[in-house]
Design a binder for this molecule. Structure first.
Ligand code: AMP
Ligand code: GLY
Length: 421
């Protein structure tokens, strides 16, 4: 069969790479794809957010499955349109995607279904929001309700910072319509980890735990980014914690969504704060994490197309996911200046040499081909992923490959995986 993957980042490169190895896939098509994806899939220039364009492409190509990478088309209803057209899709409906699309929806959902999360309140009225801050002591977190590409969360150490955050979201419209409502919540301490589950609406399979590094600079300092690196498995999630997370978070979420009439199909991503034995959900995403997807799929033994097709067809009950031994670690190479302004169009060198190193896969995130060269076209440019018997070996392999690659302004964090190493 043909499979269409929607999107153009490192996550989509990993999806296309893994799907292209499937026994049941005759062709992988990616829309729009990028400069690296074209080596494993046929790229068609339709934007991921162009819902009608994606639907038309799926129909025209007669694909047997659509795998939607990013959240924007999911929240906009791409999965609903494909289902209406009778095309199998791996990804949640617009209503189910509200788990990521609206922080107040997800917080109320968690409250209703007894899923552990920080105490919160939500406001559209600025005076009411400021009044709520007066009742709070010290640190809190202020979040824009809607999708803000990972930037809508402001960690506030003081009341002054919190007031400024509320004002910037509600009255200065710094996040546009995503900030028509704010969520104010308790500041949680601990170590973060991500647990992802593949769901078919009723059943689910929990993947091994991953940890990403959101901060731009070493030692987890600096502004938040989309993710500077990730690795799996993350030892902070011990077998006992994992059972607890499955029981109190994943199972309750999947059952709660079905009970609310919005069965969840696709990847349920729970971003967690872990403090000793205590776990709390920081956020849900409704898709594979980027870059968490890269190490996770590098370690998966299964034929991914069979797994995702089973999820799309509500047949996950009969599926088992098997993992390679060892660990995988992805280092994201970014453009100088990212996550603020950065230059595009820089020629990348050393890709062939890096890609030929054993136990390394170089996933492209923001690249394009220009006059036969691969050049940068985004902030996060490459996801260099190493595998190894141990996490230390995986890191060694990944950094060995990173050292072969260069372009004007390239930057990376040298400490990916530091919490586990
Ligand atoms: P979110 O998009 O909600 O996951 O938030 C982005 C990042 O902000 C998270 O990965 C955490 O590092 C941080 N964060 C979010 N909510 C909280 C919280 N309640 N307490 C502490 N840190 C948080
Ligand atoms: N790496 C975090 C995310 O994909 O949202």
């Amino acid at each position: 069969m043909k499979i269409l993957v929607t999107g153009s980042g490192g996550r989509e490169h990993a999806l296309c790479w893994k799907l292209s190895q499937s026994k049941i896939v005759e062709e992988v098509i990616c829309a729009p794809g990028n400069g690296g994806i074209k080596d494993v899939a046929r790229c068609v220039n339709v934007d991921a957010a162009d819902i009608d364009g994606q639907l038309e492409l799926a129909k025209k190509e007669g694909v047997g499955l659509v795998v939607v990478g990013p959240e924007v088309p999911l929240v906009a209803g791409l999965a609903d349109k494909l289902e209406d057209a009778g095309i199998p899709v791996f990804g949640p409906s617009a209503k189910a995607a509200q788990l990521e699309g609206s922080k107040s929806y997800s917080k109320e959902f968690m409250e209703r279904h007894n899923i552990p999360t920080a105490k919160f309140s939500s406001h559209t009225d600025i005076d009411e929001a400021l009044e709520e801050l007066e009742k709070r002591a010290g640190a809190c977190v202020v979040k824009a309700d809607g999708l803000a590409a990972g930037k809508g969360v402001i960690l506030c150490d003081t009341k002054e910072e919190a007031r400024a955050a509320v004002k910037s979201i509600l009255s200065e419209n710094s996040f546009g319509s995503a900030g028509a409502r704010v969520v104010i919540e308790d500041f949680l301490k601990g170590e973060e980890a991500s647990i992802l589950a593949i769901c078919d609406g009723t059943d689910f399979i929990t993947l091994i735990a991953a940890q990403d590094h959101k901060a731009a600079f070493e030692g987890d300092t600096g502004p938040n980014t989309g993710g500077m690196g990730a690795y799996a498995p993350a030892p902070v999630v011990t077998p006992r914690l994992r059972e607890k997370i499955i029981e109190t978070v994943i199972k309750r979420t999947v059952e709660g969504m079905a009970k609310d009439g919005n069965p969840f199909k696709g990847v349920l991503y729970a971003g967690l704060m872990i403090d000793g034995d205590e776990i709390n959900v920081l956020e849900y995403n409704v898709r594979f994490g980027d870059p968490e997807c890269q190490p996770l799929l590098s370690l998966m033994k299964n034929d991914l197309a069979e797994v995702l097709l089973a999820a799309a067809d509500n047949r996950l009950k009969d599926v088992n996911i098997e993992w390679k031994d060892g660990a995988a670690l992805c280092v994201v190479l970014v453009a100088g200046g990212y996550p603020s302004d950065y230059k595009k169009g820089e020629k990348i060198s050393g890709l062939d040499k890096a890609g030929s190193i054993e136990n390394v896969v170089v996933f492209h995130a923001g690249t394009t081909e220009k006059d036969g060269d691969i050049v940068t076209s985004g902030g996060r440019v490459l996801g260099v992923t190493g595998l190894g018997d141990t996490l230390a070996k995986a890191a060694e392999n990944a950094y060995k490959a990173c050292d072969e690659i260069s372009w004007n302004g390239m930057r990376l964090r040298r400490d990916i995986g530091h919490r586990a190493l």
